[in-house]
Design a protein around this ligand. Structure first.
Ligand code: CAA
Ligand code: NAD
Length: 301
Protein backbone atom coordinates (compact mmCIF):
# COMPACT_ATOMS: atom_id res chain seq x y z
CA UNK A 1 0.00 0.00 0.00
CA UNK A 2 1.19 3.58 -0.38
CA UNK A 3 0.54 6.68 1.67
CA UNK A 4 -1.60 8.65 -0.76
CA UNK A 5 -3.88 6.02 -2.19
CA UNK A 6 -5.85 3.76 0.11
CA UNK A 7 -8.95 2.88 -1.87
CA UNK A 8 -9.27 2.14 -5.58
CA UNK A 9 -12.12 2.39 -8.06
CA UNK A 10 -12.09 0.69 -11.47
CA UNK A 11 -14.56 1.56 -14.21
CA UNK A 12 -15.12 -1.26 -16.70
CA UNK A 13 -14.75 -4.92 -15.81
CA UNK A 14 -13.87 -6.31 -19.23
CA UNK A 15 -10.54 -7.85 -20.21
CA UNK A 16 -8.45 -5.10 -18.61
CA UNK A 17 -10.71 -3.72 -15.87
CA UNK A 18 -11.16 -7.20 -14.38
CA UNK A 19 -7.38 -7.71 -14.31
CA UNK A 20 -6.76 -4.28 -12.78
CA UNK A 21 -9.44 -4.76 -10.12
CA UNK A 22 -8.09 -8.23 -9.28
CA UNK A 23 -4.52 -6.96 -9.01
CA UNK A 24 -5.46 -3.97 -6.83
CA UNK A 25 -7.58 -6.10 -4.48
CA UNK A 26 -4.86 -8.78 -4.28
CA UNK A 27 -2.35 -6.07 -3.29
CA UNK A 28 -4.57 -5.11 -0.34
CA UNK A 29 -6.65 -2.22 -1.68
CA UNK A 30 -10.39 -2.11 -1.01
CA UNK A 31 -11.51 -1.96 -4.65
CA UNK A 32 -14.84 -0.95 -6.18
CA UNK A 33 -15.44 -1.99 -9.78
CA UNK A 34 -18.23 -0.54 -11.90
CA UNK A 35 -19.86 -2.03 -15.00
CA UNK A 36 -22.72 -0.76 -17.14
CA UNK A 37 -25.25 -3.45 -16.18
CA UNK A 38 -25.67 -6.48 -13.94
CA UNK A 39 -24.94 -8.95 -16.74
CA UNK A 40 -21.61 -7.35 -17.63
CA UNK A 41 -20.73 -7.01 -13.95
CA UNK A 42 -21.46 -10.66 -13.26
CA UNK A 43 -19.36 -11.70 -16.25
CA UNK A 44 -16.43 -9.52 -15.14
CA UNK A 45 -16.53 -10.61 -11.51
CA UNK A 46 -16.87 -14.23 -12.71
CA UNK A 47 -13.65 -13.91 -14.70
CA UNK A 48 -11.85 -12.54 -11.62
CA UNK A 49 -13.08 -15.49 -9.54
CA UNK A 50 -11.91 -17.91 -12.24
CA UNK A 51 -8.50 -16.29 -12.46
CA UNK A 52 -8.07 -16.39 -8.66
CA UNK A 53 -9.23 -20.02 -8.61
CA UNK A 54 -6.55 -20.87 -11.18
CA UNK A 55 -3.94 -19.10 -9.03
CA UNK A 56 -4.97 -21.25 -6.04
CA UNK A 57 -4.88 -24.44 -8.16
CA UNK A 58 -1.39 -23.56 -9.35
CA UNK A 59 -0.35 -22.86 -5.75
CA UNK A 60 0.44 -19.22 -6.57
CA UNK A 61 -2.04 -18.03 -3.96
CA UNK A 62 -3.50 -19.56 -0.80
CA UNK A 63 -7.25 -20.12 -0.50
CA UNK A 64 -7.23 -17.63 2.41
CA UNK A 65 -5.61 -14.95 0.23
CA UNK A 66 -8.14 -15.63 -2.54
CA UNK A 67 -10.99 -15.16 -0.06
CA UNK A 68 -9.41 -12.00 1.36
CA UNK A 69 -8.95 -10.63 -2.19
CA UNK A 70 -12.59 -11.32 -3.06
CA UNK A 71 -13.58 -9.75 0.28
CA UNK A 72 -11.87 -6.50 -0.74
CA UNK A 73 -13.76 -6.39 -4.07
CA UNK A 74 -17.09 -4.63 -4.42
CA UNK A 75 -19.01 -4.71 -7.72
CA UNK A 76 -21.51 -2.01 -8.66
CA UNK A 77 -23.48 -0.70 -11.62
CA UNK A 78 -23.65 2.78 -10.07
CA UNK A 79 -21.06 5.53 -10.29
CA UNK A 80 -21.72 7.06 -6.85
CA UNK A 81 -19.68 4.48 -4.86
CA UNK A 82 -16.58 5.66 -6.77
CA UNK A 83 -16.78 8.90 -4.76
CA UNK A 84 -15.24 6.93 -1.88
CA UNK A 85 -12.08 6.07 -3.86
CA UNK A 86 -8.75 7.92 -3.76
CA UNK A 87 -7.86 6.72 -7.26
CA UNK A 88 -10.30 5.88 -10.06
CA UNK A 89 -8.86 3.87 -12.95
CA UNK A 90 -10.95 3.88 -16.11
CA UNK A 91 -10.81 0.83 -18.40
CA UNK A 92 -13.90 1.17 -20.61
CA UNK A 93 -14.07 0.89 -24.40
CA UNK A 94 -11.46 2.75 -26.44
CA UNK A 95 -13.74 5.58 -27.54
CA UNK A 96 -13.17 9.26 -26.81
CA UNK A 97 -16.86 10.21 -26.56
CA UNK A 98 -17.63 7.36 -24.16
CA UNK A 99 -14.61 8.22 -22.01
CA UNK A 100 -15.33 11.96 -21.96
CA UNK A 101 -18.97 11.32 -21.02
CA UNK A 102 -17.87 9.14 -18.15
CA UNK A 103 -15.19 11.57 -16.91
CA UNK A 104 -17.63 14.50 -17.04
CA UNK A 105 -20.00 12.64 -14.70
CA UNK A 106 -17.24 11.31 -12.47
CA UNK A 107 -15.84 14.82 -12.09
CA UNK A 108 -19.14 15.94 -10.57
CA UNK A 109 -19.41 12.93 -8.26
CA UNK A 110 -15.87 12.53 -6.94
CA UNK A 111 -14.16 14.85 -4.42
CA UNK A 112 -11.58 17.15 -5.95
CA UNK A 113 -8.65 15.21 -4.40
CA UNK A 114 -9.55 12.00 -6.30
CA UNK A 115 -6.98 11.11 -8.93
CA UNK A 116 -8.34 9.97 -12.31
CA UNK A 117 -6.25 7.52 -14.33
CA UNK A 118 -7.04 6.15 -17.77
CA UNK A 119 -5.91 2.76 -19.04
CA UNK A 120 -6.30 3.98 -22.62
CA UNK A 121 -4.10 2.41 -25.29
CA UNK A 122 -4.06 5.29 -27.75
CA UNK A 123 -6.07 8.34 -26.64
CA UNK A 124 -4.26 11.22 -25.01
CA UNK A 125 -4.66 12.21 -21.37
CA UNK A 126 -5.04 15.85 -22.41
CA UNK A 127 -8.16 15.24 -24.52
CA UNK A 128 -9.85 13.13 -21.83
CA UNK A 129 -8.99 15.59 -19.04
CA UNK A 130 -10.82 18.31 -21.02
CA UNK A 131 -14.08 16.80 -19.79
CA UNK A 132 -13.09 17.58 -16.18
CA UNK A 133 -11.83 20.41 -13.97
CA UNK A 134 -8.95 18.32 -12.64
CA UNK A 135 -6.31 18.16 -15.37
CA UNK A 136 -3.67 18.38 -12.60
CA UNK A 137 -4.99 15.16 -11.04
CA UNK A 138 -5.48 13.28 -14.30
CA UNK A 139 -2.94 10.89 -15.78
CA UNK A 140 -2.46 7.58 -17.55
CA UNK A 141 -1.93 4.22 -15.86
CA UNK A 142 -1.50 1.93 -18.83
CA UNK A 143 -1.49 -1.72 -17.78
CA UNK A 144 -0.72 -4.66 -20.07
CA UNK A 145 -2.74 -7.75 -20.83
CA UNK A 146 -2.95 -10.07 -18.86
CA UNK A 147 -2.71 -7.57 -16.00
CA UNK A 148 -1.96 -10.02 -13.17
CA UNK A 149 1.08 -11.31 -15.12
CA UNK A 150 2.53 -8.39 -17.06
CA UNK A 151 5.07 -6.36 -15.08
CA UNK A 152 4.90 -3.06 -16.95
CA UNK A 153 2.76 -0.02 -16.24
CA UNK A 154 3.21 3.10 -18.34
CA UNK A 155 2.61 6.10 -16.09
CA UNK A 156 1.65 8.98 -18.34
CA UNK A 157 1.81 12.66 -17.49
CA UNK A 158 0.21 15.37 -19.56
CA UNK A 159 1.48 18.95 -19.53
CA UNK A 160 -0.99 19.63 -16.71
CA UNK A 161 -0.45 16.59 -14.45
CA UNK A 162 0.95 17.66 -11.06
CA UNK A 163 4.14 16.10 -9.68
CA UNK A 164 2.18 15.06 -6.62
CA UNK A 165 -0.41 13.09 -8.63
CA UNK A 166 2.28 11.56 -10.84
CA UNK A 167 4.33 10.40 -7.85
CA UNK A 168 1.27 8.97 -6.10
CA UNK A 169 0.37 6.99 -9.24
CA UNK A 170 3.93 5.77 -9.73
CA UNK A 171 4.16 4.60 -6.16
CA UNK A 172 0.73 2.94 -6.49
CA UNK A 173 1.99 0.99 -9.53
CA UNK A 174 5.04 -0.15 -7.53
CA UNK A 175 2.80 -1.22 -4.64
CA UNK A 176 1.09 -3.64 -7.07
CA UNK A 177 4.48 -5.22 -7.79
CA UNK A 178 4.64 -3.56 -11.21
CA UNK A 179 7.49 -1.72 -12.89
CA UNK A 180 6.44 1.82 -13.87
CA UNK A 181 7.97 3.70 -16.78
CA UNK A 182 7.35 7.39 -17.35
CA UNK A 183 5.75 8.38 -20.64
CA UNK A 184 4.84 11.65 -22.18
CA UNK A 185 1.29 12.19 -23.36
CA UNK A 186 1.53 11.04 -26.97
CA UNK A 187 -0.92 8.70 -28.69
CA UNK A 188 0.23 5.10 -28.07
CA UNK A 189 2.73 6.19 -25.37
CA UNK A 190 5.93 4.10 -25.68
CA UNK A 191 4.88 0.49 -26.17
CA UNK A 192 1.91 0.81 -28.54
CA UNK A 193 3.80 3.29 -30.70
CA UNK A 194 6.10 0.39 -31.54
CA UNK A 195 3.80 -2.60 -31.09
CA UNK A 196 0.76 -1.45 -33.07
CA UNK A 197 2.56 -0.83 -36.42
CA UNK A 198 4.18 -4.27 -35.98
CA UNK A 199 0.77 -5.96 -35.62
CA UNK A 200 -0.66 -4.01 -38.56
CA UNK A 201 2.39 -4.88 -40.68
CA UNK A 202 1.80 -8.56 -39.97
CA UNK A 203 -1.71 -8.21 -41.46
CA UNK A 204 -0.29 -6.37 -44.46
CA UNK A 205 2.36 -9.08 -44.89
CA UNK A 206 -0.36 -11.75 -44.92
CA UNK A 207 -2.46 -9.78 -47.39
CA UNK A 208 0.59 -9.34 -49.61
CA UNK A 209 1.05 -13.11 -49.72
CA UNK A 210 4.29 -13.15 -47.70
CA UNK A 211 3.16 -16.21 -45.73
CA UNK A 212 0.23 -17.89 -44.01
CA UNK A 213 -1.24 -16.66 -40.72
CA UNK A 214 0.21 -19.71 -38.96
CA UNK A 215 3.68 -19.28 -40.51
CA UNK A 216 3.89 -15.56 -39.73
CA UNK A 217 2.91 -16.32 -36.12
CA UNK A 218 5.40 -19.21 -35.91
CA UNK A 219 8.09 -17.01 -37.46
CA UNK A 220 7.81 -14.36 -34.77
CA UNK A 221 7.44 -16.89 -31.94
CA UNK A 222 10.32 -19.13 -32.90
CA UNK A 223 12.51 -16.59 -34.65
CA UNK A 224 12.35 -13.81 -32.06
CA UNK A 225 11.08 -15.62 -28.94
CA UNK A 226 7.88 -13.57 -28.74
CA UNK A 227 5.49 -15.51 -26.49
CA UNK A 228 2.77 -15.06 -29.12
CA UNK A 229 2.88 -14.27 -32.83
CA UNK A 230 1.16 -11.08 -34.04
CA UNK A 231 -2.18 -12.67 -35.01
CA UNK A 232 -2.50 -14.63 -31.78
CA UNK A 233 -1.65 -11.40 -29.96
CA UNK A 234 -4.29 -9.40 -31.90
CA UNK A 235 -6.89 -12.03 -30.96
CA UNK A 236 -5.71 -11.81 -27.35
CA UNK A 237 -5.85 -8.00 -27.19
CA UNK A 238 -9.19 -7.99 -29.09
CA UNK A 239 -9.52 -7.34 -32.83
CA UNK A 240 -12.11 -4.61 -32.14
CA UNK A 241 -9.76 -2.90 -29.67
CA UNK A 242 -6.76 -3.25 -32.01
CA UNK A 243 -8.83 -1.68 -34.79
CA UNK A 244 -9.94 1.24 -32.59
CA UNK A 245 -6.36 1.83 -31.48
CA UNK A 246 -5.11 1.88 -35.09
CA UNK A 247 -7.84 4.32 -36.12
CA UNK A 248 -7.01 6.68 -33.25
CA UNK A 249 -3.25 6.55 -33.89
CA UNK A 250 -3.73 7.10 -37.62
CA UNK A 251 -6.00 10.07 -36.93
CA UNK A 252 -3.27 11.51 -34.68
CA UNK A 253 -0.17 10.90 -36.81
CA UNK A 254 -1.54 10.49 -40.37
CA UNK A 255 1.25 8.00 -41.04
CA UNK A 256 0.53 4.89 -43.18
CA UNK A 257 2.11 2.59 -40.60
CA UNK A 258 -0.82 3.26 -38.26
CA UNK A 259 -3.50 2.80 -40.94
CA UNK A 260 -5.84 -0.12 -40.23
CA UNK A 261 -5.65 -2.66 -43.08
CA UNK A 262 -9.09 -3.38 -44.63
CA UNK A 263 -9.05 -6.95 -43.27
CA UNK A 264 -8.80 -5.66 -39.69
CA UNK A 265 -11.69 -3.27 -40.25
CA UNK A 266 -13.88 -5.99 -41.82
CA UNK A 267 -13.15 -8.35 -38.92
CA UNK A 268 -14.07 -5.70 -36.35
CA UNK A 269 -17.31 -4.97 -38.25
CA UNK A 270 -18.22 -8.65 -38.61
CA UNK A 271 -17.72 -9.49 -34.93
CA UNK A 272 -14.49 -11.47 -35.36
CA UNK A 273 -13.14 -9.86 -32.19
CA UNK A 274 -10.69 -12.58 -31.14
CA UNK A 275 -10.66 -14.75 -28.07
CA UNK A 276 -13.40 -12.83 -26.30
CA UNK A 277 -15.91 -13.75 -29.04
CA UNK A 278 -14.38 -17.19 -29.70
CA UNK A 279 -13.13 -16.26 -33.17
CA UNK A 280 -10.88 -13.69 -34.76
CA UNK A 281 -7.87 -14.59 -36.88
CA UNK A 282 -8.31 -18.02 -35.32
CA UNK A 283 -11.37 -20.00 -34.29
CA UNK A 284 -11.02 -21.19 -30.68
CA UNK A 285 -13.94 -23.64 -30.56
CA UNK A 286 -11.89 -26.79 -31.24
CA UNK A 287 -8.96 -28.38 -29.40
CA UNK A 288 -6.45 -26.29 -31.34
CA UNK A 289 -6.98 -22.77 -32.77
CA UNK A 290 -7.62 -22.84 -36.55
CA UNK A 291 -7.51 -19.91 -38.97
CA UNK A 292 -11.09 -18.77 -39.62
CA UNK A 293 -12.68 -19.08 -43.07
CA UNK A 294 -13.47 -15.34 -42.86
CA UNK A 295 -9.76 -14.54 -42.76
CA UNK A 296 -8.87 -17.16 -45.40
CA UNK A 297 -11.47 -15.98 -47.93
CA UNK A 298 -11.25 -12.26 -47.24
CA UNK A 299 -7.61 -12.22 -46.40
CA UNK A 300 -5.31 -12.11 -49.39
CA UNK A 301 -5.32 -8.74 -51.08
N1 CAA B 1 -4.39 -14.16 -15.21
C1 CAA B 1 -3.50 -14.54 -14.28
N2 CAA B 1 -2.41 -15.29 -14.57
C2 CAA B 1 -2.26 -15.68 -15.83
C3 CAA B 1 -3.17 -15.33 -16.86
C4 CAA B 1 -4.27 -14.52 -16.50
N3 CAA B 1 -5.17 -14.11 -17.40
N4 CAA B 1 -2.73 -15.86 -18.04
C5 CAA B 1 -1.60 -16.52 -17.74
N5 CAA B 1 -1.31 -16.42 -16.43
C6 CAA B 1 -0.13 -16.93 -15.73
C7 CAA B 1 -0.20 -18.42 -15.53
O1 CAA B 1 -0.83 -18.72 -14.31
C8 CAA B 1 1.26 -18.81 -15.53
O2 CAA B 1 1.83 -18.56 -14.26
P1 CAA B 1 3.05 -19.47 -13.71
O3 CAA B 1 4.08 -19.55 -14.81
O4 CAA B 1 3.51 -18.69 -12.53
O5 CAA B 1 2.42 -20.78 -13.40
C9 CAA B 1 1.91 -17.82 -16.50
O6 CAA B 1 1.01 -16.71 -16.57
C10 CAA B 1 2.09 -18.42 -17.87
O7 CAA B 1 0.82 -18.85 -18.32
P2 CAA B 1 0.56 -20.15 -19.21
O8 CAA B 1 1.59 -21.20 -18.93
O9 CAA B 1 -0.88 -20.55 -19.11
O10 CAA B 1 0.66 -19.61 -20.68
P3 CAA B 1 1.85 -19.00 -21.44
O11 CAA B 1 3.16 -19.43 -20.93
O12 CAA B 1 1.50 -19.24 -22.84
O13 CAA B 1 1.74 -17.42 -21.12
C11 CAA B 1 0.95 -15.26 -21.55
C12 CAA B 1 0.56 -16.71 -21.34
C13 CAA B 1 1.50 -14.68 -20.25
C14 CAA B 1 -0.35 -14.53 -21.94
C15 CAA B 1 2.03 -15.16 -22.68
O14 CAA B 1 1.57 -15.84 -23.83
C16 CAA B 1 2.38 -13.75 -23.06
O15 CAA B 1 3.14 -13.08 -22.38
N6 CAA B 1 1.83 -13.26 -24.21
C17 CAA B 1 2.08 -11.91 -24.71
C18 CAA B 1 1.28 -10.93 -23.92
C19 CAA B 1 1.49 -9.51 -24.41
O16 CAA B 1 2.28 -9.18 -25.27
N7 CAA B 1 0.72 -8.61 -23.80
C20 CAA B 1 0.72 -7.22 -24.15
C21 CAA B 1 -0.42 -6.96 -25.10
S1 CAA B 1 -0.46 -5.29 -25.66
C22 CAA B 1 -1.18 -4.47 -24.39
O17 CAA B 1 -1.57 -5.02 -23.39
C23 CAA B 1 -1.29 -2.98 -24.53
C24 CAA B 1 -2.42 -2.43 -25.27
O18 CAA B 1 -2.73 -1.26 -25.05
C25 CAA B 1 -3.16 -3.18 -26.33
P1 NAD C 1 -13.33 -4.78 -23.15
O1 NAD C 1 -14.21 -4.59 -24.33
O2 NAD C 1 -12.90 -6.15 -22.78
O3 NAD C 1 -14.02 -4.15 -21.85
C1 NAD C 1 -14.58 -2.87 -21.80
C2 NAD C 1 -15.67 -2.92 -20.74
O4 NAD C 1 -16.09 -1.60 -20.43
C3 NAD C 1 -16.93 -3.69 -21.20
O5 NAD C 1 -17.15 -4.74 -20.29
C4 NAD C 1 -18.03 -2.64 -21.17
O6 NAD C 1 -19.28 -3.16 -20.72
C5 NAD C 1 -17.47 -1.66 -20.16
N1 NAD C 1 -18.01 -0.31 -20.22
C6 NAD C 1 -18.28 0.45 -21.30
N2 NAD C 1 -18.72 1.66 -20.91
C7 NAD C 1 -18.73 1.67 -19.56
C8 NAD C 1 -19.06 2.64 -18.56
N3 NAD C 1 -19.47 3.86 -18.90
N4 NAD C 1 -18.93 2.28 -17.25
C9 NAD C 1 -18.51 1.06 -16.90
N5 NAD C 1 -18.16 0.10 -17.81
C10 NAD C 1 -18.27 0.42 -19.11
O7 NAD C 1 -12.09 -3.83 -23.41
P2 NAD C 1 -10.62 -3.94 -22.76
O8 NAD C 1 -9.78 -4.76 -23.65
O9 NAD C 1 -10.74 -4.28 -21.32
O10 NAD C 1 -10.13 -2.42 -22.94
C11 NAD C 1 -10.48 -1.42 -22.00
C12 NAD C 1 -9.50 -0.26 -22.13
O11 NAD C 1 -8.17 -0.73 -21.87
C13 NAD C 1 -9.45 0.38 -23.52
O12 NAD C 1 -9.20 1.76 -23.36
C14 NAD C 1 -8.27 -0.33 -24.17
O13 NAD C 1 -7.69 0.42 -25.21
C15 NAD C 1 -7.32 -0.45 -22.98
N6 NAD C 1 -6.32 -1.54 -23.07
C16 NAD C 1 -6.65 -2.73 -23.64
C17 NAD C 1 -5.68 -3.73 -23.66
C18 NAD C 1 -5.98 -5.08 -24.26
O14 NAD C 1 -5.04 -5.87 -24.45
N7 NAD C 1 -7.21 -5.42 -24.55
C19 NAD C 1 -4.42 -3.52 -23.09
C20 NAD C 1 -4.14 -2.28 -22.49
C21 NAD C 1 -5.11 -1.27 -22.49
Amino acid sequence: MNGDIETVGVVGCGLMGSGIAQTAAAAGYPTTVREIDEEALEKGLGSIEKSLEKAVEREKMSADDRDATLGRLEGTVDLEPLAECDLVIEAIVEDLDAKQDLYGTLDEICPEETIFASNTSSLTITEMAQATDRADRFLGLHFFNPVPVMKLVEVVRSGSTSDEAFEAAESFAKSLGKVPIECRDTSGFIVNRLLVPYMLDAIRAYQNGVGSIEDIDAGMELGTNHPMGPFTLADYVGVDTTYKIAEIMFEEYKEPRYAAPPLLRRMAQAGYHGRKTGRGFYDYSGDEPEVTDFVKTFGKG
